[in-house]
Design a protein around this ligand. Structure first.
Ligand code: NAD
Length: 268
């Protein structure tokens, strides 16, 4: 039977892409779409908003109704909205697939608490390529050892509000895991002025913002006499939307728990 999907934040850049993906995918169909109470899009057809034929699903502000109607809800919104959506998932039993980034520790804890009652898939990046990059980063960090300096560089479009990107932080966690240390102990986020020489064992982050760049990430391993660079470039947000819908289909019938794209893609 086709899976019933709801998209919360359906008016957003990712929300529109997700509605298009749910329309294209024959294994699911859209049953509800929401956005913020002050959105201009309330009452409009979610399909028309997303640039596909009208789907007979109006954008509303009623998240509870969306969770009650759907088997799975896809959320690419804001950290505060994602926490509220996780609580609704736990109450209604709908699967939650979230790609929201910029979550703080308390937000992560709220997601974990809700995941005791329903399957939740959360990933800072839903693309196959990036999840392979994460796995490779951990492997290379383990193989090369601390004499190779690790630097993570990312670039995104001018509208992005959090930095470094959730994906860059995920790559940092993967590199730190390869070295057997917590990222928080070794990450270095700002360099400006007289910084002194680079300290051993740090993982540095550099952030660029501009234009309409969907998402570029490079992990560098810089040693004496050689440098290894692993790069992923996203040219369309479709890859994230496709990953999110795949995650919904994968999560159907699973036990409650907090899952990542590694689980969905069989890379765990
Ligand atoms: P956006 O600002 O274009 O869209 C966010 C949408 O959420 C807006 O329409 C907004 O009105 C809506 N929203 C906010 N609060 C809401 C609420 N309480 N209820 C319902 N709707 C609400 O942003 P975007 O570029 O689509 O990105 C959204 C999030 O997804 C960001 O955190 C971004 O970093 C993340 N993202 C993740 C991936 C991934 O693969 N995991 C990929 C791209 C973007």
């Amino acid at each position: 039977m086709e899976m019933k999907i709801a998209v919360v934040g359906a008016g957003g850049r990712m929300g529109r892409m997700l509605v298009r993906e749910a329309f294209r995918n024959e294994s699911c169909h859209l049953v509800a779409a929401t956005d913020r109470a002050d959105s201009d899009l309330l009452g409009q057809d979610a399909g028309s908003v997303a640039g596909v034929p009208a789907l007979g699903v109006a954008v509303t502000e009623d998240a509870r109704a969306a969770f009650s109607a759907a088997d799975a809800v896809i959320d690419f919104t804001t950290p505060a909205a994602t926490v509220a959506h996780a609580e609704l998932a736990a109450e209604t039993g709908a699967i939650l697939v979230s790609g929201t980034t910029g979550l703080g520790e308390a937000d992560q804890a709220a997601l974990e608490a809700a995941a005791a009652r329903v399957p939740i898939v959360w990933a800072p990046n839903m693309s196959l390529g990036v999840n392979l990059l994460m796995a490779l980063t951990e492997q290379v960090a383990r193989a090369l050892g601390p004499e190779y300096d690790i630097e993570i560089l990312e670039m995104h479009h001018r509208h992005k509000v959090d930095a470094p990107s959730g994906t860059a932080l995920g790559l940092g966690r993967a590199a730190a895991a390869g070295r057997g240390v917590p990222l928080g102990d070794v990450s270095e986020h700002v360099r400006h002025g007289h910084t002194g020489a680079r300290a051993d064992g740090r993982i540095g982050f550099a952030v660029l913002r501009g234009g309409d760049v969907v998402g570029d990430h490079t992990v560098m391993f810089a040693g004496a006499g050689e440098r290894l660079e692993l790069t992923h470039k996203a040219s369309s947000r479709e890859i994230f939307a496709r990953g999110a819908v795949t995650a919904c289909l994968w999560a159907r019938g699973r036990a409650p728990g907090l899952y990542g794209m590694k689980d969905v893609l069989g890379l765990a």
